[in-house]
Design a binder for this molecule. Sequence first.
Ligand SMILES: Cc1cc2nc3c(=O)[nH]c(=O)nc-3n(C[C@H](O)[C@H](O)[C@H](O)COP(=O)(O)O)c2cc1C
Length: 367
Amino acid sequence: MSADPGYFATYHRLLQHPPKAGAVAPPPGNDNGRPLNDPAPHPVKPASPSATPKRVLLIHYSQTGQLSAVAEQIAAPLKADPGIDLHVETLVPLTPYPYPWPFFRFLDAFPESAHLVPPPLQPLSLTGDEHFDLVILPYQVWFLAPSLPFTAFLKHPVGRRLLAGKPVVTVIACRNMWLSAHEKVKALLDEAGARLIDNVALIDPGPTLATFITTPRWLLSGKKDGFWGMPAAGLSDDQVRRSRRFGLALRDALHTHREQGPGPLLDGLAAAEVNPSLYFSERAGTRSFFIWGKLIRLAGGPGRWTRRPLLAIYVVFLIAMIVTLVPTSLALQALLRPVMRPWLSRIRDRFEQPSGSATHRLPLYDE
Ligand SMILES: Cc1cc2nc3c(=O)[nH]c(=O)nc-3n(C[C@H](O)[C@H](O)[C@H](O)COP(=O)(O)O)c2cc1C
């Protein structure tokens, strides 16, 4: 089932009509009849009646609904707070990406993903002149790069104006390979003049080799359940539910204007735990996607039949690479661990920035 592009429609509060200071928040709920979580029983610093509401922008795109579910958990405490004005902008590609994906359509998305070639989006509801105090950017990874609709937002002139000078929190939900994508997102945020103050990375809990099978099966057939002893694809329900802690912490940070500082706002909440041993496979994969992507793009634009023979050859090469390179790289690293340890921990430290993997604030926000 494809996620409704208007999934978040009732979160939208147009900036042109912000609620008056001290106004009562509208009752939580959405078009799907699914109740949003009530405000947390946490000690919340109430908004002063004279305070101007903090304006938060949340960008939304999801195919299976997984990233929507995470975004909804984070959004709920912000939406329920009368001192915060949340605008959710749903990205709708002009030509929708299918879910489940036909096999060749899935493969055909890799050249443009790897080369960050944005697809056209339907017009955004914002002009770019609106002010936001904080921007939350949930994104999924496609072929070791940010998903194409999200890339399109980061490269969109309106997106760039919205991001310029703004503190940004990125939230990744993907299988487990997000390091290269995040490097690319950081570069695009830099180009837009945004200030990345936090990054959350949620990855599928299943073992790497199992998710190499369960994730493509999910995306190509729509079947998410576990089989042959392998776990279900995607994040667990518990991971999704617990992502609410980030919304609660952001809400409290906004009340104390901490978004204006250097950040992070989500430290101590196990925001981003890095497995540095996947870094080498990611580097090799990114290089291969880039080179083959360049070749395939020479054969025509997205969807052209002229790309098919090359895509067919590449998929054989890719499967061979996955079944040989990933286990070999993991085995070699296990053997060389004592020698590589300092280097691996530098990679871990670099990618866990800015929010980190520490857990000391979990008792405050993890319900
Ligand atoms: C075309 C495509 C390529 C993907 N490539 C990757 C990848 O390189 N690394 C990864 O960890 N997950 C990858 N995924 C999984 C997604 O990041 C994500 O977990 C999944 O598509 C669910 O996202 P949704 O919220 O849009 O439904 C890919 C998904 C798609 C559709």
